[in-house]
Design a protein. Structure first.
Length: 216
């Protein structure tokens, strides 16, 4: 089966048909449901989303969606459920684009992480953790540099019931309260060409957005 056929089958498959949740964003609430991913499949077939297969992605990256004319969905070969979940992450970006739902970048990314977290949970796989590549080298460096336990950071937080209804958000810019003490969390994506001072400033801005909530 070609990668294109695999992508279309995944978007209309039995696990995706179980993904349904309401996502709060700045203008209200949007529902991510099977029809959302069916729309992406139809857009691929119609050519409004161009599918491009590439083998250049690093480990832990299953695809990349770019809005344009036409929209571009680059995907790695789907060799297993991990790659499928990472692809659904990118397809969530396409959902908002195709439905003309104006969300912020943070909201867009958070919804995508809920989708792949649900997919990994439903298929019995752990979601790749927020760390760095290559994992064998990065894993011992993260706790050494950070000096703290990430706890719930970058995990999905919410509720679900026996009918598989639920509501989740991703704990990216967040705070953990214990009595009168609050521990605030925020982060940035650091790559080879990142400016440390700029990344620190961005983190401080993100943390600053939480302070009025705690002091108000």
């Amino acid at each position: 089966m070609s990668t294109r056929a695999q992508v279309l089958t995944l978007l209309r498959g039995p696990v995706v048909r179980r993904i349904r949740f309401k996502f709060p964003f700045w203008a209200g609430t949007v529902t991510i449901a099977p029809a959302s991913f069916h729309r992406v499949a139809q857009a691929i077939e119609a050519g409004s989303v161009r599918l491009q297969v590439t083998t250049t992605f690093p480990a832990g990256v299953g695809g990349q969606y770019t809005s344009g004319t036409p929209n571009l969905l680059q995907v790695a070969p789907l060799v297993g459920r991990t790659e499928e979940g990472l692809l659904l992450h990118e397809c969530t970006h396409a959902v908002f684009d195709l439905t003309k739902t104006k969300v912020t970048d943070n909201e867009d990314e958070a919804a995508a992480y809920v989708v792949d977290a649900l997919y990994f949970r439903m298929t019995g796989l752990p979601r790749p953790r927020w760390n760095a590549e290559p994992h064998a080298t990065a894993a011992p460096l993260i706790p050494a540099f950070e000096g703290l336990d990430r706890g719930w950071y970058a995990g999905p937080v919410g509720w679900t019931d026996a009918n598989e209804d639920g509501e989740f958000c991703v704990a990216l810019r967040c705070a953990l309260l214990r009595g009168t003490e609050a521990r605030l969390y925020a982060g940035v994506g650091v790559v080879r060409d990142s400016d440390p001072a700029a990344e620190l400033a961005e983190t401080e801005v993100k943390l600053g957005a939480l302070l009025p909530v705690l002091s108000g």
